[in-house]
Ligand binder design. Sequence first.
Ligand code: 3Y8
Ligand code: NAP
Length: 249
Amino acid sequence: MMRALILGGTADANLLAAAMPRAGIDAVYSYGGRTAAPAEQPLPTRIGGFGGANGLADYLHREGITHVIDATHPFAAEMSRNAIAACAQTATPLLALERAPWKKTSGDRWIEVADVVSAVAALPDSRANVFLAIGRQHIAPFGSRPQHSYTLRFVDPPEETLPLPGADVIVSRGPFTLESELALMRARSIAWIVARNSGGGGARAKIDAARALDLPVIMITRPPLPERPRVESVSEVMQWLGHRTCLGA
Ligand code: 3Y8
Ligand code: NAP
């Protein structure tokens, strides 16, 4: 009897979750517990870590999971690595649902960097209005460049004082629109944007807005992951699970 585990937390995972009841597939949705009020899913949902790769392997065994779909964010590298290890350990079929990275197109002024520390180093020396659209977990390194005026965007309000005195926090969970991103950047005279190459549609509006305003984007490229089977669409996942879905699902 098929029972699927969706490692979620992204727009693509939400689309996949919606397809499961329609296909009559028994599935569980899993959040890491990063946000205060994650989106509701039409599936039984668990929240929080498994306790490393071994904890996930135990979970797969205990819960009779027959298929794992890793639909986490491309920067959720530890979760993805644990899924590869746990599925190998338990011989559980694993498939990643992962959107392609954004590609630089003409008019994009990208400075591509490998990590947050390199992103900090890529900022100009002279004071500038900088939009950090990379969430809350990787803000501290920007403290070494206090001369800038930072606008941050979090999913939830910050609990403790920020490692960036004077930074302005926008609380919004996305997905975002081109109009709202243009308005934000104009209202705050943003001169630099720092982003992660998340891919997908949920966060690409800021990249399109930067191009429209001819602003430089410091683009953090994705962390490398070990090889694993990977698709970019829900219908390919459903086919992998042996279910034909209506076209375009
Ligand atoms: C908890 C689930 C939907 C899904 C929304 C997508 C779209 C918005 C792009 C910006 C960039 C950022 C951040 C972002 C994106 C979607 C999608 C996507 C980036 C939620 C969610 C969870 C998280 C975790 C959160 C991180 C943070 C990252 C904000 C839910 C809303 C910046 C990543 O406060 C924290 O600790 C937040 C942590 C990991 C990165 C970070 O380091 O701070 N996502 N995001 C998931 C869990 O607990 O398992 O709350 O409902 C999901 C979404 N995040 O349509 O509803 O691409 O899927 N999320 C980045 O790209 O850099 C926002 O602001 O422009
Ligand atoms: P991460 O650094 O790769 O994972 C750290 C630990 O968090 C994992 O080892 C695991 O703990 C737990 N975890 C992560 N995702 C989980 C999930 N879906 N279900 C159960 N446990 C999970 O992960 P992250 O970057 O913090 O991302 C956390 C969540 O936010 C994921 O669902 C991801 O899809 C979503 N998200 C992340 C980003 C981003 O920029 N990183 C953007 C959008 C959405 P144990 O080791 O204890 O099992």
